[in-house]
Write a protein that binds this ligand. Sequence first.
Ligand SMILES: *Cc1c(COP(=O)(O)O)cnc(C)c1O
Length: 364
Amino acid sequence: MSAVGGVIRSDIAALAAYHVQDAAGYIKLDAMENPFALPETLRDGLAKQLSNTAINRYPDPACAALTTALRSAMGIPKELDILLGNGSDEIIQMLAMACAKPGAKLLSVEPAFVMFKMIATFCRMTYVGVPLRAADFRLDADAMLAAITEHQPVLTFLAYPNNPTGNLFEREDVRRIIRASPGLVVIDEAYFAFSSQSFLDEISQFPNAVLMRTVSKLGLAGVRLGVLIGRHAWLTEVDKVRLPYNINSFTQTAATFLLENIGEFIAQTKVLVAERTAMAANLGRLFARFPGTLCFPSEANFILIRVPDAAAVFAALKARKILVKNTSQSHTLMQDTLRITIGSPAENVAFLTALTSILESQYA
Ligand SMILES: *Cc1c(COP(=O)(O)O)cnc(C)c1O
């Protein structure tokens, strides 16, 4: 114990490891996964591709086929470079490693995606979180601009839409933050498939902004593939801290084949967007009966709700074999909130039925 304690950095020893709930046997509405299995029509083709993969060789370091498929599937303009990561988490880590000068600061909003802060800590950067507006989680642009002036962050992360709140920030606020930033601004579009909004067509206008996407929320969370899109001058520097062969052969093969068939996943996404609309309407009707409950607007594949006793509702859902994310402890603004991932139509009905009976018994 003392040997470990004497060796491991004290700031790492003080951390709690990123915790993933055990989900076996549950309706899984906790991790923003696409609930639909791989389409039947793609299975034989994928199996054939994977069995032909040359796993005795190192992966293609240029990810040539995958790059072509990604550029086409996401409409990435020729003048922008791309850099691939083992999930966008790895891209966040590469960005932080490349920018972590002593004393350097990483800025984001609060609440935000937890990996921004964790990776800042890993890389010994100082994390600065600017609270969103308490009532509706809108961006506090004045507070952001003041924090940029005060802290001079080398990196600023904005998830668009934001996780865990689900809302899109005002586009003009995002532009103001980019223009005011002395460092690089990363727009994280992990949920681009569910919001009709993107900065992809604007990113090249800014000398200090890059865009990040992932295939995880699109139905390929198990593949582990994220992409950074931006100017050559930035990406060529970040690429220097990338470990060689970070995109393994199976990921390259599978993602290339599946992105060539992206229509199947877009179709699933459309179902989920319709389900989100229905869920929001159903929650609105349900919550009208119970004071103290609230449903926040979402442009992502999850919905944040507030209930009077989130821990009790979470436990009661769990007892009914439904797993959601209790976000209550993540930030003071998040008290008594639960984040519900949009599931399949049947899963969403099961969730609403369970939540209705839980609230009815709690308010009785
Ligand atoms: C889920 C999520 C990611 C992580 O994506 P991976 O590619 O699976 O690592 C990144 N950013 C945000 C905002 C997310 O919600």
